[in-house]
Design a protein around this ligand. Structure first.
Ligand code: SF4
Ligand code: SF4
Length: 151
């Protein structure tokens, strides 16, 4: 399982620069920054490529500290896996979250969401109720949206 989290702007858009695009009929509303995707996949659901890890090692050592043997995320002190992503930050006085490594987050995160069924399973708040009755159409629109907007 891979968390696919998508976006190309800063925290305000959080996972989904999808939210900045003109929406196709029947597909997704603005990302609410609910944080569910990050929370759902934090505990073993995320992976990073060798290239990403190498990049962090050279250019982002504070992120690389949380990598051990190709696994993300690992407590740099104890060497144990962390059940909740260490980069997920809750906004004060709001039930909203941001990613503190937004521009350097794993591709796994950038690509989210991949499928409408994934969004449904994750209770992603970008899904529109009307999408549920037209999942194929919604998936096509999501595919187009993601292919057009991937950074
Ligand atoms: S790295 Fe950022 S986008 Fe990815 S799970 Fe953690 S907080 Fe979410
Ligand atoms: S689950 Fe959906 S709405 Fe919630 S933060 Fe992730 S992409 Fe945004």
């Amino acid at each position: 399982m891979s968390l696919r989290c998508h976006g190309n702007t800063f925290e305000q858009d959080f996972h989904a620069s999808v939210s900045n695009k003109p929406f196709q009929k029947n597909i997704v509303k603005q990302c609410t920054q609910c944080g569910k995707c990050c929370i759902n996949y934090s505990d073993g659901g995320l992976s990073a490529t060798a290239d990403e890890i190498e990049y962090w090692e050279i250019f982002r050592p504070h992120i690389y500290e949380y990598v051990r043997n190709g696994i993300i995320w690992v407590n740099p002190t104890t060497g144990k896996k962390i059940s909740r992503c260490p980069w997920l930050e809750k906004l004060p006085d709001e039930e909203k979250y941001t990613c503190s490594i937004y521009h350097d987050r794993p591709d796994d995160c950038k690509h989210y969401p991949v499928t409408v069924s994934q969004m449904i399973n994750d209770k992603c708040e970008m899904i529109e109720v009307k999408d549920l009755s037209e999942p194929k159409q919604a998936q096509r629109a999501l595919d187009k949206l993601m292919s057009n907007s991937f950074p």
